[in-house]
Write a protein that binds this ligand. Structure first.
Ligand code: SAM
Length: 366
């Protein structure tokens, strides 16, 4: 699990840096509306991740099944901004990179007028859902509701996967009571336009059938939670809406639930990595999703995402991770071009000049 990253802190920080975790630092306010909105949301993300103060507490799951707290300092803070650890006091374990991307998704469905509400299934202390509400409010989108679905008592005890897990008792840490989560929304002034759906997903999510969704954020970790969320919610996701799966990269059971669901329903929109574990895709196909699933038709017979359906197509919004990779790629291309130019220049040198240069080099290295 993610919290394991903390058991070798140095290694964890390097891993977080390699995974593109960004330093927790925000732009200050500027006297215009757009800059103030940006500054507010940046500051909020810092607070939700508990990265705004002088110390940041983290929780480690120990092999004996207990949990222990430690303080993150220096470069280890990248573990938090990269969403690798369990926060002691923070309100979300997603980290800054995933919150950045969540904000992008919310802003993109608003800009593209994609119909529907937003839901997070598996909210823990509520931080990611608070950001969704705040991002909507900052844009004056008051008619949309943010749905907050969780047992508010952790994982179902009947989950076989959890019972076998040696870290089981550390998972008690993942139970955030409803009253506490409601208080978190209130503290940030984000309590309006929020509906709480307390209970285990197998008893609650089916009741949402027929709602319309613009963003589905799935963070229930297990196969069961992920599969139930997709089964109950995906068919009501608007074309142009996003499905975000927090643990696709980190948890095999979560990945299996997503891959099976996509395969069974012939979903072909490409999966995009938000960071080292979180993925998302944007629904483009308006083909209905059957409640009762039969195997999908062979690819050559499938009609595929239609470009002639007359429905609007939405621009693909790159993830921050992709943008970063694009920057890295541009840099490597530049270096490659420079190296190629150097090789070409050397190749064109007359042989005696090269020999003299080699001699100089060799004599210097002796
Ligand atoms: C990893 S935490 C969610 C983290 C959260 N999204 C954040 O931003 O920090 C997983 C959450 O899923 C909830 N959960 C897991 N399985 C569930 C189920 N079957 N029904 C309801 N809630 C469930 C747990 O109670 C827990 O709050």
């Amino acid at each position: 699990m993610k919290a394991d990253a903390l058991q070798s802190p140095g290694h964890g920080a390097a891993q977080a840096a390699r995974a593109g975790a960004r330093e927790a630092r925000v732009p200050g306010p500027r006297p215009n509306l757009a800059a103030l909105r940006t500054a507010y949301l940046e500051l909020l993300k810092l607070c939700l991740c508990d990265l705004g103060g002088t110390s940041t507490g983290s929780v480690v799951a120990l092999p004996d099944g207990t949990a222990a707290a430690k303080e993150l300092r220096g470069e280890d803070l990248l573990l938090r901004s990269g969403g690798f650890d369990w926060p002691l006091d923070g309100l979300t374990m997603t980290g800054i990179t995933r919150l950045d991307d969540l904000q992008t998704c919310v802003e993109s469905v608003v800009a593209d007028r994609v119909e529907g509400d937003l839901i997070e299934a598996g909210v823990w202390r509520g931080g990611a859902s608070i950001l969704m509400r705040a991002a909507l409010d900052a844009l004056g989108e008051e008619e949309r509701t943010v749905w907050v679905a969780d047992s508010f008592q952790g994982f179902p005890s009947r989950s076989e996967a959890r019972r076998e897990d040696p870290y089981m008792s550390a998972f008690e840490f993942l139970a955030a009571p409803l009253a506490e989560v409601k208080a978190n929304f209130k503290r940030f002034g984000c309590e309006r336009g929020v509906r709480f759906l307390p209970g285990f997903f197998d008893e609650t999510l089916a009741s949402l059938s027929g709602e319309r969704w613009a963003v589905l954020r799935l963070d229930g970790d297990t196969y069961e939670a992920t599969r139930l969320s997709l089964d109950c919610l995906y068919r009501d996701l608007s074309v142009g809406g996003y499905v975000i799966v927090d643990d696709y990269g980190a948890l095999e059971e979560c990945r299996r639930a997503v891959d099976e669901f996509r395969h069974e329903h012939g979903i072909e929109e490409p999966i995009e990595y938000v960071d080292w574990t979180c993925v998302r895709w944007r629904r483009q196909s308006d083909a209905p999703i059957a409640a009762d699933v039969s195997p999908p038709p062979a690819p050559e017979r499938r009609s595929g995402p239609s470009s002639d359906s007359g429905r609007p197509r939405h621009a693909r919004v790159p993830t921050h991770y992709e943008l970063e990779l694009r920057d890295h790629l541009a840099l490597y291309r530049e270096r490659l071009a420079a190296a190629r130019a150097e090789i070409a220049a050397v190749r064109d040198w007359p042989v005696p000049v090269v020999k003299a240069w080699m001699r100089r080099k060799l004599s210097r290295s002796r």
